[in-house]
Design a protein around this ligand. Structure first.
Ligand code: HEC
Length: 114
């Protein structure tokens, strides 16, 4: 009887010990996920410029210049995108300086490769 009790309590101890050894589900490390909400030059172009310049830059709608033929420097592009010109909309209220620069750089990609 005494042995049985001993065995029982032993089992209990082992059982409990086993329980504590169980690895607690490790807290998942949540790395702060930063979602990039900024658009690329290409996305900005598709959103704001395609309307007149076309997705390939050469639609020439509303008198828009063919961007494949454009010889403007980056700075000149930034100025025209910021302030607009004739039928071209100024984008200073629609886009940030950063976005204007990105889309200006992208607009250079239409230029014919020399
Ligand atoms: C409402 C139509 C319209 C939209 C939208 C538009 N453009 Fe234009 N764009 C024009 C017109 C028209 C011109 C020609 C202006 C002129 O010289 O009379 C032009 C000229 C340009 C030029 C100068 C090309 C050159 O060599 O003379 C660049 C660069 C340009 N656009 C880039 C862009 C970019 C980038 C966007 C988008 C952020 C954009 N445009 C959106 C109509 C538009």
């Amino acid at each position: 009887m005494k042995n049985l009790l001993l065995l029982f309590s032993l089992l209990l101890i082992v059982g409990c010990a086993g329980d504590t050894k169980k690895p607690k589900s490790p807290k998942k490390e949540i790395k702060s996920a930063t979602i990039d909400l900024t658009l690329s030059g290409e996305e900005l172009f598709a959103k704001h410029c395609k309307l007149c310049h076309g997705i390939k830059g050469n639609l020439e709608l509303n008198g828009a210049k063919d961007l494949k033929e454009s010889v403007m420097t980056l700075d000149e592009r930034i100025v025209i995108i910021t302030n607009g010109k004739n039928a071209m909309t100024p984008f200073k209220k629609l886009l940030s300086e950063e976005e204007i620069k990105k889309v200006a750089i992208y607009s250079q990609s239409f230029a014919k490769k020399k």
